[in-house]
Design a protein around this ligand. Structure first.
Ligand SMILES: [Zn+2]
Length: 269
């Protein structure tokens, strides 16, 4: 796999941008949900064809895929989501020891086995998924791609994308100084949507915070800057709790959360 740093942060840092101009907003309106879905499909095909990514096949892995699909369905069935029915939500498990997770427009979510074995329970895992789903649902990744490639090129890619160009985008998803983090506005939007969605699940509605807290405990030099940029936006964790409290949702983690998650992990090859 080509990404070389912790994970979820990668793509977020890699793809998150501030949508700063009205022009970009107008372009986003021109780029329909169908375009987003088509672009995501093209990129997902490019990843599937890329030897750098080792996707666990669904065949022979019905138990782990059944588990992760249930988690995705639970979250995307929430009433607060905008594109729960429109997007085609798919999760891919990557056989890779690196702790990573990322998402593509239109509903594609990738999580490595390294990330899965790093997490402790179903709530942390659901927090990660809810965060990715929120970014996809709010088109934050698509906006980030607009910023870099422009709407016309993305339109062309979504209809007749060539292998070379798609590969170039996939390669660009690697950490790069040319990318900026998601805006604080996007992150706030993702946090509030994630809490709202999680409030309708069996998991703690603060699961995103639980995932971030777990991630923050990782001490590695090359992750410090990423964590600082993406996670520790001053009072972010506190803000999640404040919002959860204002919503009045259930923040408790049930005592079977860890054992359910371990059963899932044990079913991985
Ligand atoms: Zn984010």
């Amino acid at each position: 796999m080509k990404f070389n740093v912790l994970s979820i942060l990668i793509l977020f840092l890699g793809m998150c941008h501030v949508l700063s101009s009205c022009k970009k907003t107008e372009e986003l309106i021109d780029f329909t949900e169908e375009d987003e879905i088509a672009l995501g499909e093209k990129l997902a095909e490019a990843i599937a064809a890329d030897e750098g990514f080792s996707i666990l096949p669904t065949e022979g892995n019905s138990i782990p895929y059944g588990y992760v699909n249930s988690r995705i369905l639970e979250i995307t069935s929430a009433s607060q989501i905008s594109k729960g029915d429109e997007f085609i939500w798919r999760i891919y498990l990557l056989d890779d020891p690196e702790r990573q997770a990322f998402a593509l427009p239109g509903g594609h979510i990738y999580v490595t086995t390294g990330m899965i074995f790093f997490l402790d329970n179903e709530d942390q895992f659901s927090g990660l998924l809810a965060h990715l789903i929120a970014h996809i649902d709010q088109s934050h990744i698509t906006q980030a791609l607009f910023f870099k490639y422009g709407v016309n090129r993305l339109k062309n890619l979504s209809t007749s994308g060539g292998v070379t160009e798609l590969k170039s985008i996939i390669d660009d998803l690697d950490l790069s100084d040319s990318f900026l983090p998601f805006s604080r506005g996007n992150e706030l939007e993702a946090d509030t949507l994630a809490i709202s969605m999680l409030s309708e699940t069996e998991q703690s509605c603060e699961s995103v915070k639980l995932f971030f807290e777990k991630t923050l405990n990782v001490q590695a030099n090359n992750q410090a800057a990423l964590i600082a940029a993406h996670l520790l936006q001053e009072s972010r964790l506190e803000d999640i709790s404040t919002f959860a409290s204002s919503v009045g949702c259930d923040v408790t983690v049930d005592d079977q959360s860890g054992s359910r998650f371990r059963s899932f992990r044990n079913a991985l090859p």
